[in-house]
Design a protein around this ligand. Structure first.
Ligand SMILES: [Zn+2]
Length: 402
């Protein structure tokens, strides 16, 4: 454990070390060092990035067999045994802010809501904790956030302490994880929180900057809390502010009226949709009446046949319904374009088996579909308007000769 220097000092970002082992695995290169400040992925916190003699460290892991820290490189190993290491400080400090903020937030949830943290996850864009409760009021969440930020602003010291398991068990510790070693590392926030943790933390709570809960998600018996600390919270605030500014400009209104403005837009849109539907229906009714007027009178019934371009946006089913409301109508309707659609229908008292006729038409365009004697529909690949009209004329002939 002693060669992991970040355990005692999270602020050193440049150091020299000696390569103790060189590993090549599936074409990837890694080295172990006699001592390191690089944090390997563990305990819900991602690894540090940086360089070894100018070569990028792209992953840091722990070898299970012996606990060695493996520094994975983006290419061949440095030639020298002694290397200069540099840790990507903005990334490390971001992790320190999020991780220390998590300790504060977890303790605040215990004090305000008796909610215990059972999971923690930190990635490049999200930080979450899972709580063992599934009910939290808005007031509790406000109180938790207030308490957590009070602790930040009081700038309390954050202590690191190494104790034995036996010693730890006598202390008021929030969480003792099962570890293979007898030595346990404790992180204490003065007079507020004490927990076992292997991560990197800031020296005083003030460095966390601020803690903001951004999302609360109930998941069965537990609750997932998404939050942001320090720099991440400030970036998030910036993005949200930009979004609100854009919305205010687009809707020409102030921040306080945004929600009302959006909801009245939604209402307007709903009304417009209703009006459009009504107008479309009126138009179809008018179109149907015209088609019946122009239809071919064959004995007792009227035969209608028409091919539309798909761009006309005709709803064949609705048009068919309007047409066959009238008695004695047989309608052969189609649209074509990128694909063909056919709908054959008739009034109850008109002759003809629409299903059989439709299949006859579909056979000629490699289409599929079916239905009943009164109404059948189907479709196939797009064919020329003229070709489809010919097919409908052929069907018309069949009806007339029968
Ligand atoms: Zn921690």
């Amino acid at each position: 454990m002693n060669h992991r220097l970040y355990y005692q000092d999270a602020y050193t970002t440049e150091f020299t070390a000696v390569i103790t082992d060189r590993i090549i695995e599936n074409g990837r290169f890694a080295v172990t060092l006699d001592q390191t400040y690089f944090y390997p992925t563990s305990g819900g916190q991602p690894f540090d990035k940086g360089t070894l003699d100018g070569r990028s460290v792209i992953d840091v892991t722990v070898r299970e067999e012996d606990g060695a820290v493996l520094h994975w490189l983006d290419g061949a190993m440095p030639e020298n045994n002694a290397v200069t290491a540099v840790i990507d400080w903005p990334r490390r400090f971001d992790h320190m802010q999020q991780h220390t903020g998590q300790h504060i937030l977890s303790q605040a949830f215990i004090r305000i809501a008796e909610a215990y943290t059972i999971g923690f996850h930190l990635s490049d864009d999200t930080v979450t904790i899972d709580l063992n409760v599934n009910k939290l009021s808005a007031e509790q969440l406000n109180q938790v956030e207030q308490l957590a930020n009070d602790i930040v602003w009081q700038n309390r010291p954050v202590h690191i302490q190494l104790v034995t398991r036996a010693e730890a068990e006598k202390m008021p510790i929030r969480k003792i994880p099962p570890t293979p070693t007898n030595e346990i590392r404790l992180i204490g926030i003065e007079d507020f929180d004490l927990t076992a943790c292997g991560g990197t933390h800031v020296l005083r709570t003030g460095s966390v900057g601020l803690i903001k809960i951004v999302k609360v998600e109930r998941r069965g018996e537990t609750t997932r809390i998404e939050f942001r600390c320090g720099g991440r919270a400030v970036s998030d605030y910036g993005r949200k502010n930009d979004t609100i500014q854009e919305l205010m400009t687009a809707l020409t209104t102030g921040q306080e009226s945004l929600v009302t403005a959006v909801s009245s837009l939604q209402d307007e849109n709903k009304n417009s949709q209703r009006t459009i539907k009504k107008l479309q229906s009126n138009l179809l009714e008018y179109q149907a009446a015209q088609m019946i007027h122009a239809g071919q009178k064959t004995g007792e019934f009227i035969l209608i046949s028409q091919v539309f371009d798909e761009n006309e946006g005709i709803n064949l089913r609705h048009l068919g319904q309007h047409l066959t409301q009238q008695s004695g109508v047989v309608a052969l309707l189609a649209t074509t374009g990128t694909k063909s659609q056919l709908l054959f229908c008739r009034s109850d008292n008109a002759p003809g088996d629409m299903n059989t006729l439709l299949k006859e038409a579909l056979n000629q365009i490699d289409g599929r579909g079916g239905g009943s004697a009164v109404m059948a529909q189907g479709g196939g690949p797009g064919v020329e308007n003229g070709r489809l009209s010919q097919i409908l004329a052929h069907i018309q002939q069949i009806i007339q000769t029968k």
